[in-house]
Design a protein around this ligand. Structure first.
Ligand code: ADP
Length: 260
């Protein structure tokens, strides 16, 4: 990809983009997050790994305002929400605007074309001029090889193409933080590669991102840091190669033995 991330150019190196402290969430009696801390500096990539049900998706959804945590705080850029106090809809909207999520099942609007899907957020939510949003969307679609599909509907695309549209839709929001929730787990194996390539390129361009993934080889290649969660807590974290090759905690070792 030839473009660089405009946000990467304007923020001082090493600035903390995401700071999560003591994040807690229960669904009824099910305590899903039991005090999660997470910090990410600008331009770095964190892979969140762990068994199914450990709370990874709930962390991402909490960062993106899709779940309201019961306690703890989330800072993205200049926005901080303290969930131990009540938060307003306006504050949640402000937090949501700072990140963008790529979903496991793409979540494209089925009744809209590819282009309409991409410009919906910029135009309707961010109130940017339609012409400007369209030009930017077309350029982003060209980057992932999908410009000729701009007038197609999601059902006319393969899963891999739909997910690349999902990524473009996230980029079009110009977020400070990209969140990926198992972006390739719904794809047929032969379609996974193209999507992972796009994500790797974004990492190299300096986007700051959190990746929930089962693709451990990909995590090793792409992530700076790996965070292993189990049972709603962070069990272990560290440089990707270290955690994946020489995990210190028994629970991490067991998990990696099962999945590798
Ligand atoms: P992971 O992403 O690690 O698989 P999740 O964050 O999806 O884990 O889920 C953690 C736990 O929270 C699971 O037990 C799941 O059933 C529960 N959970 C997630 N979302 C909801 C919800 N909306 N209502 C009730 N329980 C939920």
């Amino acid at each position: 990809m030839s473009h660089t991330n405009p946000l990467a150019a304007t923020q001082p190196a090493g600035e903390v983009v995401l700071n999560v402290t003591g994040l807690r969430k229960a669904f009824g009696n099910n305590e899903v997050l039991k005090g999660i801390d997470l910090q990410i500096r600008r331009g770095s990539v964190v892979a969140l790994i762990g068994p199914s049900g450990s709370g990874k998706t709930t962390v991402l959804r909490s960062l993106n305002g899709l779940e309201t945590p019961d306690g703890g705080s989330v800072t993205i850029g200049a926005t901080t929400l303290d969930f131990s106090a009540s938060v307003s809809k306006k504050q949640v909207a402000e937090l949501r605007d700072r990140s963008a999520m790529v979903f496991q099942h793409y979540n494209l609007f089925p009744h809209m074309t590819v282009l309409q899907n991409v410009i919906e957020g910029p135009v309707q939510v961010q109130k940017r001029p339609r012409a400007e949003a369209t030009t930017e969307a077309e350029s982003l679609l060209a980057r992932v090889g999908l410009l000729e599909k701009k007038d197609s509907y999601p059902f006319e695309l393969s899963g891999g193409q739909q997910q690349r549209v999902g990524i473009v839709r996230a980029l079009a929001l110009r977020p400070q933080l990209l969140l990926f929730d198992e972006p390739t787990s719904a794809l047929d194996p032969e379609l996974v590669g193209d999507v992972l390539t796009v994500i790797k390129e974004l990492a190299q361009e300096g986007w700051t991102m959190v990746l929930v993934t089962h693709e451990l080889a990909f995590a090793r290649q792409t992530a700076d840091e790996v965070v292993f969660m189990d049972g709603g807590v962070v069990v272990e974290r560290g440089p990707a190669a270290e955690v994946l090759s020489a995990p210190q905690e028994a629970r991490t070792q067991q998990f990696l033995q099962r999945v590798l």
